[in-house]
Ligand binder design. Structure first.
Ligand SMILES: [Fe+2]
Length: 133
C-alpha cells in the first residue's frame, strides 16, 4: 500500500507539515521493504526513526497547538504519549528478541493507524481550526 501526504492534511505550519511528509515517506519505505522481503533489515532503522521523530515532532506540534490555543491539545497529548509508549514497547521487544514476523506486523499496523487515525484525522483538525483564526 502506498500512502501519500496530501495538501488537505496541512496543519497550517510548514515545519509540521514537513515532519508529517517525512513520516509518510518512512512508512512507504517500510512497506516497500516488506514487499521485497527486507522488513527485518528495515525495522531497526524505522524504530530509531520513530523514536526520534516522536520526540521532535510532538514537541513542535504541541508547542504550536498551545500557541494557537487549540482546544484539542490535551487529547493530542494523550495520543502522542500513547504512541511514544507503543514505540518504546516495540523497541524493547526488538532488543529482546530481534525482528520477527509479529513485530513487523505490529510495527506496520501501528504506523498505518498513526497515518490514518492520527495525522489524517486528529492532526487535520488542527489545520481546520487554524484556518479560522
Ligand atoms: Fe498530533
Amino acid at each position: 500500500m502506498a500512502v501519500k501526504w496530501t495538501p488537505d492534511l496541512s496543519v497550517g505550519v510548514e515545519r509540521i507539515d514537513t515532519q508529517h511528509k517525512i513520516c509518510f515517506e518512512k512508512a512507504n519505505d517500510l512497506f516497500q521493504a516488506g514487499k521485497s522481503g527486507k522488513s527485518k533489515e528495515k525495522i531497526a532503522e524505522t524504530l530509531e526513526f520513530l523514536e526520534d521523530y516522536a520526540k521532535k515532532h510532538f514537541r513542535d506540534e504541541e508547542a504550536y497547538m498551545e500557541h494557537i490555543n487549540y482546544p484539542g491539545l490535551e487529547q493530542q497529548k494523550i495520543a502522542h504519549r500513547k504512541f511514544e509508549e507503543e514505540v518504546a514497547i516495540l523497541k524493547h521487544e526488538f532488543q529482546q528478541s530481534g525482528s520477527n514476523i509479529n513485530l513487523i506486523i505490529n510495527a506496520n499496523q501501528m504506523i498505518i493507524d498513526w497515518l490514518i487515525n492520527h495525522i489524517s484525522n486528529m492532526d487535520k483538525q488542527i489545520g481546520i481550526f487554524a484556518k479560522k483564526l
